[in-house]
Structures are given as structure tokens and as C-alpha cells.
Write a new protein. Structure first.
Length: 183
């Protein structure tokens, strides 16, 4: 891999890799170190990667390094991948320049409620949800990243949405619009 290609891949995917690491490890310093290690491994990689292949490759390496890091720290497995509000606040901002963050306060509160509710999901399902909905990865990319079939990813996403919808409405955390009956 030449230097220009490496720099392009680094600039394009650095924030995504950092976000995944921060979400998983819940520590900004560890996430920064792990992001650096991920890109060092990319530099040492001798194969040719396109930008789309690089993203999947980087996220798989990052995911594996997060698991290794959590094992080294002897972190209780139930906390791996559990949303942490402080870490979520450090993630890449979704506000456009000049946009007033208070204008989306209700949406932010719903997102925080959703993240808290995700604790009821199994660890791997939480990871799938985060990769798909927060990192905008395609189902095929997630399947390759986690070593699962696309159909398995689809089923887990469907079940997770159903579980979260039921949990959020039962606890009156989120009010969903009524669906019109087809008559």
C-alpha cells in the first residue's frame, strides 16, 4: 500500500474506527490508542484494499482489538458494548455548523432513552444495532465483520427492533405514532 492511499483511508475512516472503539471501551484514551493500533496494522498490511474494503477490514480489526483489550483489562463481559452516556456524548456530533443543539433536544432525549434501553439486548445484538444504525454499515459489511450470515444479521435486527419497541412503549419512554389500519 502506498503512502497516499494509506493517508486517504486514514482520513476517511479514522472517526468511524474511533467511534466504534469509544463505544466499546468507554474510555477516550483507550479508544485513541486502539484507533492508532488499528491503523498501524493497516500500514503493516501488505494487501491492496479499496476504500470500501478498507472500512470493513478496519472495523473488523478494531472490533477484535476491543475484545482483546477488554479481556486484558479483565472487564466484566456484561459491560462490553453497553452504552455509556459520557462516551456517546464524545461521539461525532450530528449537528451541522451553526445549528442550535437545543432545537433537537426531544430527539436527543429519545436517542438517549433508546441507548439506555439497548442494555436489555444481548451483547452481540447491541453491537449489530450500533454498527448498522449508528455507524451506517450495510448488512453484508456487518456479516463480514462479525463472521455471521446476512440472514442471521437480519433476524437479530428484526428481533432487536421488536424487543426495543415493546420495551420503550411499555415503559412509556417513547411514544410511537399509531399505525393506520388497512381496510
Amino acid at each position: 500500500m502506498d503512502k497516499a492511499t494509506y493517508i486517504n483511508i486514514l482520513e476517511e475512516h479514522r472517526d468511524c474506527v474511533y467511534s466504534v472503539a469509544l463505544y466499546s471501551l468507554r474510555d477516550a484514551d483507550d479508544a485513541a490508542d486502539l484507533t492508532q493500533e488499528t491503523f498501524l496494522r493497516l500500514w503493516r498490511y501488505q494487501g491492496d484494499l479499496t476504500s470500501s474494503q478498507a472500512k470493513a477490514w478496519l472495523l473488523r480489526v478494531c472490533h477484535n482489538l476491543c475484545i482483546d483489550q477488554s479481556r486484558r483489562r479483565k472487564t466484566v463481559r456484561t459491560y462490553f458494548g453497553v452504552p455509556d452516556n459520557e462516551a456517546v456524548d464524545h461521539l461525532k456530533s450530528t449537528f451541522a455548523d451553526g445549528e442550535d443543539p437545543t432545537s433537537n433536544l426531544h430527539q436527543k432525549q429519545q436517542q438517549e432513552a433508546l441507548l439506555q434501553s439497548m442494555k436489555i439486548l444481548p451483547e452481540e445484538t447491541r453491537s449489530i444495532m450500533m454498527l448498522h444504525y449508528f455507524q451506517d454499515l450495510k448488512l453484508q459489511e456487518i456479516a463480514g465483520l462479525l463472521g455471521l450470515k446476512v440472514s442471521t444479521i437480519k433476524v437479530r435486527l428484526h428481533r432487536a427492533r421488536k424487543t426495543l419497541r415493546r420495551h420503550l412503549t411499555e415503559n412509556k419512554v417513547l411514544t410511537l405514532p399509531c399505525q393506520r389500519e388497512i381496510g
